[in-house]
Design a protein around this ligand. Structure first.
Ligand code: SF4
Ligand code: FES
Length: 282
């Protein structure tokens, strides 16, 4: 009796496996990749190369590109590393939208033509690889680290600990998830018209430190962004927040940072008025 039950169970498992296998088989298909090609050192104009690539239900656009690079044309230039939406290196325009290639499944894309182009607002080094020099310069200009006079270690036996409540952390947490992929920067129309504008990523990082109660350099950070190519250049298109793959809302960061600037201006004005009044009394 037990032996009969075992046979039935095994047969059911076999049937389940066969069904699964046939579903996977039917999920395999071919996509047509259109890949932007240009080597600015040699080529005056760009063109698209087309590749037919076999994919499966779970394949990402990066998988498809790596198949093309591995088996069809080794010269395709592409930047990637982690393949898990953490390093921020595989950003590109996929069917017109800035996205991470390793985080975009082929099955999410309508139709079977996938067009891959380099991110806008970044000079092309080759094919899908952009030059991030300006982007990182803007980021470093915000001094993306904690400034705190009390953080200096004068005596190794007296290390200072900065205690934060969960609410303190909540103030800046989402902004600390930024992986510097540049998607928001590439989607920003203000960056497209003024390369001296720091862009949504850098401004959101400035806010990340202003909102961190361990940092004591709020005023100097506000001075960095408060100029004619700075924070006021943002026209609040909001496309930065739409394309961010990590749930950061740079547009919100920019608005909150502006709020700090306006309050500071008001406080400065009040201070100036009270000084004038006091001077009048003497
Ligand atoms: S804010 Fe988002 S889109 Fe912009 S660089 Fe950071 S992770 Fe990328
Ligand atoms: S390869 Fe690291 S984010 Fe895509």
């Amino acid at each position: 009796m037990t032996a009969l039950l075992n046979i039935k169970t095994r047969r059911k498992k076999l049937e389940r496996d066969e069904k699964k296998e046939s579903t996977l088989e039917s999920s395999r298909k071919v996509v047509h990749l259109r890949v932007y090609r240009k080597n600015p050192k040699q080529d005056k104009s760009s063109h698209f190369d087309k590749f037919e690539v076999p994919v499966q239900r779970w394949s990402t656009v990066l998988d498809a590109l790596l198949h093309a690079k591995g088996y069809l044309d080794k010269s395709i230039a592409i930047r990637y590393s982690c393949r898990m939406a953490s390093c921020g290196s595989c950003g590109m325009k996929i069917n017109g939208i800035p996205r991470l290639a390793c985080y975009t499944k082929v099955s999410e894309i309508d139709g079977n033509i996938i067009t891959c182009e380099p991110l806008p607002n970044f000079p092309v080094i080759r094919d899908l690889v952009g030059d991030f020099s300006d982007f990182f310069e803007h980021h470093s200009a915000m001094e993306p680290f904690i400034h705190n006079q009390n953080a200096d270690i004068v005596d190794e036996n007296r290390l200072t600990e900065f205690i934060q409540t969960p609410e303190d952390v909540e103030n800046y947490l989402q902004f600390s998830y930024c992986i510097k992929c540049g998607l928001c920067y590439s989607a920003c129309p203000s960056v497209g018209s003024d390369t001296r504008f720091p862009g949504p990523q850098a401004l959101a990082q400035a806010y990340r430190y202003v909102a961190d109660n361990r940092d004591d350099a709020t005023q100097s950070r506000l001075n960095i962004v408060d100029n004619k190519h700075g924070i006021w250049r943002c026209h609040f298109a909001g496309s930065c927040s739409v394309v961010c793959p990590k749930g950061v809302d740079p547009a919100l960061g920019i608005q909150l940072l502006r709020g700090h600037l306006v309050n500071f201006s008001k406080n400065d004005k009040k201070l100036a008025e009270s000084r004038t009044r006091n001077l009048g009394k003497t």
